[in-house]
Write a protein that binds this ligand. Structure first.
Ligand code: OXD
Ligand code: MN
Length: 601
């Protein structure tokens, strides 16, 4: 420890304090170099934690298999430890911060014994951008280090940017598996039981403490914990927006382009939309980000977005040349795969990859697998971690420190009834109303879905709001009050997932969604037409370009219908949901709901 003497005194003191508590064998400050990454990978291959893939098929790629108990974000072990329960609100798990710290300090005490403590200085967003923010993650997991190097910008350049007293978010992570002297490590260390896992946010202190899990958003603390939960609180206090949104650039045949953000809950094809190949001739989509958007006001009064991440942490199963060819090309090299199947020739395979299942492979749990064995080859939440710059359609300006001006925000979920293909907000408050009621049907196999079983997920932020959900929606409304509304993005509620009476999807989705984006861009540009309905501004039949698409007029009519009876039921379900907010339900939203009810009756 004596050699540690960083010029940033607070950082230096914090590292020493954590080392004193966690008692690692040594402390290592990551420089972020390729050499360092290669060395860690090599060490993990040596220890058996990583499997190098066939360099002829997947150069620079590695496979990891997690412990079967540590495969996803653990929402019931995720805590917002604000000073009061009231601040965390009804949708977050709350524990008193002092109590939580006492519990976690007991767990952290000596938790890194026999391990190296890695210090990862990282920037969310391009280093030096006025929209970016810095964090430092302390972890005992080299798997976290290599993933963070892809997902964020890490290393010495970030320490330099911090200077002597730059602000940073303290992120502490441990897998929660100290090693006794001479004890051999397992390939995926983690805490033995679920109730020893804690993913804790301390919003007032801008601090994250994570313990017991090595997987995804539980461990890569720049992503959900910082860039959403903590950043949402910073955004509220500083007057900007930290959102669970993709960012794409859409260019038309005339060369004009617009930037569009989109909030969708998990399993709605967000990454696919962000990298979409439009089917309408002359239109082009380029990717700025696939998961998170930080938006701040520019001097011109418009909202500018950056993607705070530098990589994609995408769900592998279901990703194919048909669903997302650009993701498939992105993950051809330099990619970390977690919990996918390993083919006998050293490549990866998963359900829905679009190629026939091989006769034999090694599944995500390390066992022999054959197509008839009755098990999945890949875990349904298996992931790829890939550098964003490898995406063939990455927008050239994706790292522009100024961000990109946002013209439209999409909100949506998976709804087989009621919600039309696209519906434009009437004004800002109405747009926030649409964002507040979005969500997906809960698809439990045993129940037939109906409007009562919608999981409302405002702006897809339910698991990621670092504070009271009512205050969160009020913040969106306040953004409108403080700005020139004519310069704000327009909000559109989309639904690609309508089904017909036979249970089949009516809209083909994927690249065909570009037809809806085209209408939206035409609307923003003032050229597209729409009809005003009780629920919003909708395309009339014929306003959406369906040339070359095999879809009947009656199907289009169904997709664009305002189903009055269904909406009246929807209103009852929204009223029920709005009770969650108690007296923090913004009055503007209650008004929007009342207006909708009157308009429909
Ligand atoms: C994600 C999620 O992993 O939203 O991005 O669950
Ligand atoms: Mn996400």
């Amino acid at each position: 420890m004596a050699e540690l003497n960083l010029k940033h005194k607070e950082l230096d003191a914090w590292i020493k304090e954590i080392a004193g508590m966690c008692k690692p064998e040594s402390v290592y400050i990551c420089d972020g170099s390729q050499h360092e990454y290669d060395r860690f990978m090599w060490e993990m291959v040596e220890s058996g934690a990583a499997v190098p893939l066939n360099p002829e098929k997947r150069p620079g790629c590695y496979l990891f298999r997690s412990h079967p108990s540590d495969v996803a974000r653990v929402e019931n072990r995720t805590f917002i430890a604000s000073k009061t329960k009231e601040e965390a609100g009804p949708t977050n798990n709350w524990i008193d911060p002092d109590e939580l710290k006492t519990t976690m300090k007991n767990l952290y005490n000596g938790c890194m014994k026999g391990r190296i403590m890695y210090v990862i200085p990282f920037s969310m967003g391009p280093i030096g951008s006025p929209i970016s923010k810095i964090g430092v993650e302390i972890t005992d997991s080299p798997y976290v280090v290599v993933n963070m190097r892809i997902m964020t910008r890490i290393g010495t350049k970030v320490i330099d940017e911090l200077g002597e007293n730059g602000e940073f978010v303290k992120c502490l992570h441990s897998v929660g598996k100290p090693l006794a002297p001479g004890e051999k490590d397992v390939s995926w260390p983690c805490a033995p039981s679920i109730d020893q896992k804690y993913i804790s946010q301390f919003p007032e202190e801008r601090m994250i403490w994570s313990y017991g899990s090595g997987y995804g958003g539980n461990a890569l603390l720049g992503k959900k914990c910082f860039a959403l939960r903590i950043a949402a609180v910073q955004a509220r206090d500083e007057g900007w927006l930290a959102e669970h949104m993709l960012i794409l650039k859409l260019t038309g045949p005339d060369g004009n382009f617009k930037y569009v953000c989109g909030a969708f809950p998990s399993a709605c094809g967000k990454t696919n939309l962000a990298m979409m190949e439009p089917t309408i001739p002359g239109w082009k989509v380029e990717t700025v980000g696939d998961d998170i958007s930080w938006m701040k006001f520019g001097k011109d009064g418009r909202l500018y977005a950056i993607n705070p991440e530098a990589g994609f942490f995408g769900v592998a199963p279901g990703t194919s040349m048909q669903s997302n060819p650009n993701a498939m090309k992105t993950i051809q090299k330099n990619t970390i795969f977690t919990n996918v199947g390993l083919t006998d020739d050293g490549d990866v395979w998963w359900e829905g990859i679009g190629t026939p299942a091989p006769d034999h492979l090694i599944d995500w749990e390390g066992n022999d697998w054959t197509p008839d064995c009755g098990r999945n080859a890949a875990h349904p939440n298996a992931r790829f971690t890939a550098p964003a710059y490898q995406c063939p359609v990455i927008a050239p300006e994706w790292e522009d420190p100024a961000g990109v001006p946002v013209s439209a925000i999409l909100v949506g979920g998976r709804r087989k009834t009621t919600i039309p293909l696209v519906n434009g907000s009437l004004n800002w408050n109405h747009g926030i109303f649409l964002g507040s009621i979005m969500g997906s049907e809960i698809t439990t196999a045993a129940i037939t879905d109906n409007v009562g079983q919608v999981r409302r997920d405002p702006f897809a932020m339910l698991p990621f709001m670092g504070y009271h959900a009512g205050d969160y929606l009020q913040h969106w409304l306040n953004i409108g009050k403080k700005s020139d509304m004519s310069k704000l993005p327009r909000i559109y509620y989309v639904n690609w997932f309508r089904k017909n009476a036979e249970g089949k999807f009516i809209w083909p989705g994927y690249g065909e969604n570009s037809r809806v984006l085209k209408w939206i861009v035409e609307r923003i540009s003032g050229t597209g037409s729409a009809v005003t309905t009780p629920i919003g501004n909708m395309p009339g039949i014929g306003d959406i370009d369906i040339s070359g698409l095999d879809i009947s007029e009656s199907d289009m009519a169904e997709l664009l219908k305002v189903d009055k009876e269904a909406w009246l039921l929807e209103i009852e379900s929204i009223k029920e949901n709005y009770k969650t907010y108690g007296d923090k339900l913004p009055k503007e939203l209650a008004e929007e709901l009342a207006k909708l009810e009157i308009a429909l009756k």
